[in-house]
Design a protein around this ligand. Structure first.
Ligand SMILES: Cc1cc2nc3c(=O)[nH]c(=O)nc-3n(C[C@H](O)[C@H](O)[C@H](O)COP(=O)(O)OP(=O)(O)OC[C@H]3O[C@@H](n4cnc5c(N)ncnc54)[C@H](O)[C@@H]3O)c2cc1C
Length: 263
């Protein structure tokens, strides 16, 4: 089975203190520590486990700049067989539709049976997977937390739905699945694994390599414009607990007890 997993390089929430930039329209991205989007890590682990069972290859792909190569190498150290970087000045300023259009071109340049994305990434849009499936005219399942490969070019996919319920679907391949965290336990990536793939050649594809009209993606092709980006004012009744982690926990327990939330 040929599996393509879409991965995104995102600021690491555990490693950074976030502030807005001087224009107030984005995070201040100088000196941030980046890593692979958490959901994508689960998708790559699932793809590796499927290939271990039924054979095939896992390819990881990202739309980004030269630095995005590091997340491809990390996922290759984990066990993905190939990496592809989709990078071009024309991709800058892409909204989710543009990102999906760029990924679509990559899917169509290969022969993939299964395409996976994370359920969501740092911008929290949870749009790319669904848009990609629609553009490819492929079946799609979101919030997938269980996959079973069946005979006859089909899979069984479990979806986490509201109220703690679970839904099972049989889906024909090729299809697109957006993977929810918790579907597996992503394996640890050691320094040895990273070293092993440090020098592996990663092909980079530009807009023209992918047959993408430059004006159809990036800032020019994007149909969503970000108008503002800000930290909302504290609402009435909101209270920030100050102190060390232990002090905050202590204060929180007291608050919950005083409101009858804890016995
Ligand atoms: C007007 C505008 C301009 C923007 N300009 C830029 C910009 O210049 N640079 C920039 O980085 N972002 C830019 N963004 C944000 C960018 O469009 C989103 O980060 C991107 O579309 C994914 O959104 P998300 O993180 O909410 O993805 P979601 O839809 O929540 O992500 C779901 C899944 O889609 C896949 N995916 C998402 N992004 C990528 C990717 N880049 N490569 C591979 N797979 C991916 C992953 O599997 C991910 O788990 C811009 C957004 C807008 C609205």
């Amino acid at each position: 089975m040929e599996i393509l997993v879409c991965v995104k390089r995102v600021p690491d929430t555990a490693e950074n203190e976030f502030e807005l930039n001087s224009e107030g329209n984005d995070l201040d991205r100088d000196d941030l520590v980046y890593s692979v989007n958490e959901w994508d890590n689960y998708a790559v682990e699932e793809a590796i486990q499927i290939v271990d069972k039924v054979g095939g290859n896992v390819t990881v792909v990202t739309v980004g700049d030269d630095e995005s190569e590091e997340v491809l190498r990390r996922e290759m150290a984990m066990g993905a067989n190939n990496g592809v970087l989709l990078s071009d000045d024309a991709f800058e300023g892409s909204d989710c539709r543009s990102i999906a259009a760029i990924l679509k071109a990559e899917v169509e340049s290969g022969a993939y049976d299964l395409i996976m994305t994370g359920a969501q990434a740092d911008d929290g849009a949870a749009e790319v997977g669904g848009m990609l499936a629609a553009m490819l005219d492929m079946p799609y399942a979101s919030l997938v937390n269980e996959i079973e490969i069946r005979d006859g070019g089909k899979i069984k996919a479990g979806r986490e739905i509201e109220g703690g319920n679970q839904e099972m679907n049989e889906i024909e391949l090729p299809c697109v699945l957006s993977i929810q965290t918790g579907i597996n336990e992503p394996r640890y990536v050691g320094i040895r694994g990273i070293r092993k793939v440090a020098k592996v050649e990663i092909p980079t594809k530009s807009a023209s390599d992918l047959g993408i009209e430059e004006n159809s993606v990036g800032e020019k092709g994007s149909k969503v414009k970000r108008l503002d980006y800000f930290v909302p004012d504290l609402g009435e009744g909101a209270e920030m607990l100050e102190g060390s982690t232990d002090e905050i926990i202590e204060k929180l327990i007291e608050k919950l007890k005083s409101k009858g939330g804890l016995g």
